[in-house]
Design a protein around this ligand. Structure first.
Ligand code: G1P
Length: 287
């Protein structure tokens, strides 16, 4: 199964940093955001990656490829090990497709059609960084194996946050799995059918492509995946899955701070320092 990473966004929330550096290359400690999402897919058994990029985001197209000069430099200094985490991806398949115009997330996904072909595929949004025991995408694949229906990841959000998400409602089929009956992109809290929010992990089937190609514009005047899924629901069952784990919104500055702190608290080499730092700030009364 291929994994599609829609990474064409302009990253306006992180300007000016994203003027020259793609948002997905911004580091969470010493690793770019995109690598967390690619590692999660790889740890879920997926190894064929399709990036929907945009002009100006060439750094993303280079990141998972060897860099001869850097390799040579590190080799000379006996520091090859510093790239271990990235070297394991050199042999994997990456396909890069350009979205020339910013027509929306749904449009970006539609551009993956030729690369994906006639098979189910995964979609992963790197802004949603998920820390969990079992990789979130592996959890999704297990549910897909069982039901063979298109599947979307969900978490419950506070009412005030509803307008930032796709929101769905429907009856539970089993613990964590529900049949989506209503789905709407970024509703006002008062119009929302629930507080079940779409998080950026999907397993889609190729019958989504003709619906995306119709190109009707939705929320924010963009072609939305959510709207195509609503059309798909008229033809087949689409499921929601409450994943196990914690999701961080690395796509906003405040969410980014939270992401950094939690990743630092979970990593062995940064945990003690971060704990001491936070404890010290709290004890000084500056927190
Ligand atoms: C996208 C989806 C939205 C989903 C969100 C999750 O929105 O359109 O349904 O809830 O990702 O992060 P975006 O954040 O790209 O505006």
């Amino acid at each position: 199964m291929k994994t599609v990473f829609p990474v064409a966004g302009v990253g306006t929330r992180f300007l000016p940093a994203t003027k020259e550096v793609p948002k997905e290359i911004l580091p969470v400690l010493d690793k770019p955001l995109i690598q967390y999402a690619v590692e999660e897919a790889a740890a879920s058994g997926l190894d064929d990656f399709v990036f929907i990029t945009a002009p100006g985001k060439e750094a993303l197209e280079r990141y998972f490829a060897p860099n001869a000069e850097l390799d040579e430099f590190l080799g000379r200094h006996g520091k090859e090990g510093l790239l271990d985490g990235i070297r394991e991806f050199y042999g994997k398949k990456f396909t890069y497709i350009r979205q020339e115009q910013a027509l929306g997330f749904g449009h970006a996904v539609s551009l993956a059609e030729a690369a994906v072909g006639d098979e189910a595929f995964a979609i992963s949004l790197p802004d949603d960084l998920i820390l969990s025991e079992q990789p979130a995408m592996a959890q999704m694949l297990a549910v897909y194996e069982k039901y063979r229906s298109p599947l979307i990841a969900f978490m419950k959000v506070p009412r005030a946050d509803i307008p930032r998400y796709g929101i769905a409602a429907g009856p539970l089929l089993e613990e964590r799995v529900f049949a989506i009956e209503k789905l709407v992109e970024k509703p006002a809290a008062a119009d929302a059918p629930s507080n079940f929010a779409v998080i950026g992990r999907y397993i889609m089937t190729p019958d989504i492509f003709p619906l995306l190609k119709r190109g009707s514009k939705g929320a924010g005047s963009e072609i939305q995946l959510t709207d195509a899924v609503v059309e798909l629901m008229k033809k087949r069952r689409v499921l929601g899955y409450f994943f196990e784990g914690r999701r961080f919104d690395a796509g906003t500055t405040l969410g980014y701070i939270e992401t950094l702190v939690h990743v630092a608290l979970r990593r062995e080499d940064t945990r003690d320092f971060t704990r001491r730092l936070l404890r010290g700030l709290a004890e000084n009364g500056t927190l």
